[in-house]
Every structure is written in structure tokens, then in C-alpha cells.
Design a protein around this ligand. Structure first.
Ligand SMILES: Cc1cc2nc3c(=O)[nH]c(=O)nc-3n(C[C@H](O)[C@H](O)[C@H](O)COP(=O)(O)OP(=O)(O)OC[C@H]3O[C@@H](n4cnc5c(N)ncnc54)[C@H](O)[C@@H]3O)c2cc1C
Length: 190
């Protein structure tokens, strides 16, 4: 298969990854979307209870809207503010569903390299296809790609609490007592 025929691999089904996939679909470019979680927008779902500061009108990508239109999807009120859960359930999951089998869940990307190239063999690296390594519950897999879009986000690598991008004094020592999440205070388990 020539490099032109290889799909573009998109890492992540957050709003950026799914919008990228919708644009690839619009342009007729093959794509494969790999998501580590069991459903679309797994990171956004972790703060489902928080209401966004953006309106629906600012959160729906035009290419995604075109892809969703034939499925009977109704655009929510453009002036309303969804929660993270609304964003995931009412837009991101339907969008992932519209992309169909091109989206794979529980597929965690562990590395991206160039075919046949490593620390010793480097010649002509830029003309070689990408190799995307990922794990699924069934084991390890590899996919060849013409390009890779990393939309894996930053949710799993939060900034430290301290200034200047460094941990605050004591932050590392107290790490087991610090959370970087947004607790749901209505949840009796919190
Ligand atoms: C509380 C809160 C409120 C916010 N409110 C707003 C708002 O009002 N307006 C606004 O514009 N933005 C808001 N944001 C920011 C916005 O949510 C992020 O900018 C956006 O989610 C980033 O999208 P993304 O697709 O890049 O990454 P994410 O949403 O983080 O998605 C990344 C996806 O990649 C998957 N993934 C990660 N690693 C791998 C891997 N190795 N292999 C496969 N998949 C992987 C994750 O499971 C996840 O589904 C808010 C964020 C938070 C936390």
C-alpha cells in the first residue's frame, strides 16, 4: 500500500480528535481514531458535572455538524451552556458513532515511530510511513499511517499547583493528599 493510501491515525476522541476526524471524513481522507477509554470523550466525562463557560454555538465543529446532519442529530440551543456530560452525550458520542468503525475504543497508543527506522537506521526517515503502536484488551497492535494527529489532550498530565510550571513547596511530598480533579460535591462518595 502506498503512503497516500494509508490512513491518518488520530489519537483520542476528545473534541479535538473527533473534529479532526470529521474534517478528514469531509476531505475523503482515510482515518483511524484510537481512544484509550471505553467511550468517546473519556477525559471530558471525568468532569461531567461541571458546566462549561462556552455555549453550544462555540462547541460544535462545522464539519462535525455536516457529518451528523444525516443521522437525524439535532443541534442543541446555540446559546445554552452544556455540562461536560451534556457535551459528551449529546455531541461527542453521536459524532464518534457517526464515524463508525473508524473509531476504536480501549485502544491506548503507546508509541509512534517511522517504519524500519530506529536509533541506528535513520536514513530517509521522513519518507517512511508512521507506525503507531497501541494496546487493546486483546493485546498489542500496530497500524501504519500516512500521518498522525496527537489529540490525546493534557487531562492525564495536569500542571503542578506551584507557579512557573514547577511543583509548589511541599507539593511533591504531599502528593498522596492532592487531587488535580474537579470534585463533584453533590456526590455522596466524595
Ligand atoms: C472543568 C473543565 C471545564 C472546561 N470548560 C471549557 C469551556 O467551557 N470551553 C472550552 O472551550 N474548553 C473548556 N475546557 C477545556 C476543554 O475541555 C479542553 O480544551 C478539551 O477537552 C481538549 O480537547 P482534546 O480533544 O484536545 O483533549 P481531551 O478532551 O483531553 O481528549 C483526549 C482524549 O484522548 C484520549 N487519550 C489520552 N491518551 C491516549 C492514548 N495514549 N491513546 C489513546 N487515547 C488517548 C483520552 O481518553 C481522551 O478521550 C474545560 C476543561 C475542564 C477540565
Amino acid at each position: 500500500m502506498s503512503e497516500q493510501q494509508l490512513p491518518v491515525v488520530v489519537i483520542g476522541t476528545g473534541p479535538a480528535g473527533l473534529a479532526a476526524a470529521a474534517h478528514l471524513h469531509e476531505r475523503g481522507i482515510g482515518h483511524l481514531v484510537l481512544e484509550s477509554g471505553p467511550a468517546a470523550a473519556s477525559a471530558v466525562r471525568e468532569w461531567s458535572h461541571v458546566r462549561l463557560f462556552s455555549t453550544w454555538g462555540e462547541l460544535v465543529d462545522p464539519a462535525a455538524e455536516k457529518l451528523l446532519a444525516p443521522t437525524g442529530w439535532t443541534k442543541p440551543d446555540a446559546a445554552a451552556y452544556p455540562t461536560g456530560g451534556d457535551w459528551a452525550d449529546e455531541y461527542l458520542q453521536p459524532l464518534a458513532d457517526a464515524l463508525g468503525e473508524q473509531v476504536r475504543y480501549e485502544a491506548t497508543v503507546t508509541g509512534v515511530s517511522r517504519a524500519g527506522r530506529d536509533r541506528i537506521v535513520d536514513a530517509d526517515r521522513e519518507s517512511q510511513p508512521f507506525v503507531v503502536h497501541f494496546t487493546t484488551p486483546a493485546g498489542e497492535e500496530r497500524a501504519f499511517a500516512s500521518a498522525v494527529i496527537d489529540a490525546s489532550g493534557t487531562w492525564t498530565t495536569p500542571s503542578p499547583a506551584g507557579a512557573s510550571g514547577l511543583p509548589a513547596l511541599g507539593e511533591t511530598t504531599a502528593a498522596d493528599r492532592i487531587t488535580y480533579r474537579v470534585p463533584d460535591l453533590k456526590d455522596p462518595a466524595v
